[in-house]
Structures are given as structure tokens and as C-alpha cells.
Design a protein around this ligand. Sequence first.
Ligand code: HEC
Length: 279
Amino acid sequence: MKAKLIAIAAAAMVGMTMAVPAALASPEDDLKAFREYFKKRFPNVPFEDFANGVYAIDPAAREQWEAIEEFPPYEINIEKGKELFHKPFKNGKTMASCFPGYKKGIKQNYPYFDTKSGKVKTLELEINECREKNGEKPLPWGKGPIADISAYLTYLSRGHKTDVKIPNKAAEAEYEKGKHFFYAKRGQLNLACADCHVYYAGHHIRADLLSPALGHTTHFPVYRSKWGGLGTLHRRYAGCNKQVRAKPFPKQGEEYRALEYFHTYMSNGLPINGPGARK
Ligand code: HEC
């Protein structure tokens, strides 16, 4: 199994570099090329179905997954998230005061570039900013209550199409940072996100079939059997960094927020269907 990873690493070093998109391409060009790549790679998968991650390309596993989704393991997390979201802070306000549009669904617009602060804002970042603004302690990133609240807001956003915008040059610079992160080799195995989730999507490593990066972000936070609970996208990023024996970056730090910005932009047009369930 280690051999397989190393074989991927070796093959990735030789033939795959030419598929890295040109640094000067605009985000729109990147998006078009990204979609085209996956359309060619998986011609039988309808565009919308990429929102189902690996189950879009694995009919056998899909059946089991659909059975799981009938009694979703994350249901209780949505309930907990709802409670927390509506529980008054010490000052009497609730989180709803920070997310006025939440009932209609807001997840499809995250992450976004905040022109005032010059920062990429993710939903989890704003959940904690809301708490701090109201005199409460921030929640730990990655899992637990923050993932529950995020699951509740994501659930209310189901069906809306991912719609990440890149409003100006400063935003484009963050997008470029994320893109660079996605295509950069790292760790002892010297593998990029793109090696596993673009060039080798549809191949096995260990017991896993590698999912296409198109549609990756639509279903987070995700309940993973391996985690025995719910986790955020940044928890998953850290896990994938560790798989190639690279040191993970801090959750909600600049690097992962830029990565999320690029990564989610690449799924523009796909419906939000989180929270999700995975092995
Ligand atoms: C050595 C190969 C490898 C590399 C490199 C890698 N991943 Fe993964 N990743 C996996 C495997 C295996 C899984 C679990 C099966 C699947 O869904 O692809 C996974 C799952 C994921 C998922 C969850 C998909 C879902 O539908 O739940 C996301 C998101 C993800 N990876 C993002 C990334 C990002 C971003 C990077 C770069 C920081 C990265 N991965 C690097 C192997 C890799």
C-alpha cells in the first residue's frame, strides 16, 4: 500500500506537470479548464453529480452510501447546531444577529473576499467572529460545536448553487495563493492535492478510490465513520496534508482559507448538499 503511494508520487513527478494550468490564466479560464478536464475524464458523470464526491464515480459504494443517507448520522449534529445557533449569548443576542439571511441559505456564498479587511472569510471563521463580537469565547476549529453550527447553516442552504465571487485584484491574489497551494508538491511523498484529486482521481490508493476535486466542497462539514463524528473542510485538509507526511497548516489560517477560496470557486455552479456522510 505504501508502494502504491510511492508509485503515484513517482508517476506524478514524471508525466503530470504539464497539466498544471498556466499561472496567468484568469479564474474564469481556470474554472472552464477544470470542468472540461473532469468532463473528459468521467464522461458518464452528469455535472451536478460531482457534488456527491467519490460516490459519483463508484456505483458499488454509492448504494451503501445512499442507504446511510436515509438515516443520516449527521442528523443529530444539525439539531445540536440549530440549538447553539439560537441559544442566546450572555448579552441576550443570538448568532442569527450575525447571519441575517441564514433562513434562505448562505453557505453557497462562502468563502468570500471581504474587501474591508482584505481577508478571505469562511463560514467557520465568521461563526467565531460572531461569538467574539458578542463577548463569547471562540470555539475550537475542526470539530465539535463549530462543525455542528456549520452543518445547520449548510443544511439550510441545500440546493443553492455554489457561487463564489472574485471581486477584485486583491481577491484574485488570494485565489492565486490557493491555486498555488493546490498544485504545489509537498511532504515526504512530494504530492500535490492535484496529483491525487485531479490526475489520479478515479484510481485507488489503499482501500480508497480517489475522488475528483470538482465537487469536493459542496458537502462539508462531513460526518466520517473514521472520525466517528463531524469535521470541517479544514480538518480534512489537515488529514490530506498528513497523508503525504507534510505538516498540516493551522485550521482557518491564511493558507487553508486561500485554498478553500480556490477549491470552492472550482465547484461554482454545483449545488450545496452538505452536511455529508463519508467512510
Ligand atoms: C496521497 C493522495 C492524496 C493527496 C495528495 C491529497 N488527498 Fe485528499 N483525499 C485522499 C483520499 C484517499 C481521500 C478519501 C477518498 C476520497 O474521497 O477521495 C481524500 C479525501 C479528500 C476530501 C474529502 C472528499 C469528500 O467528498 O468527502 C477532500 C476535500 C480532499 N481530500 C482534499 C484534498 C486537498 C485540498 C489536498 C491538498 C492539500 C488533498 N486532498 C491531498 C488522498 C489525497
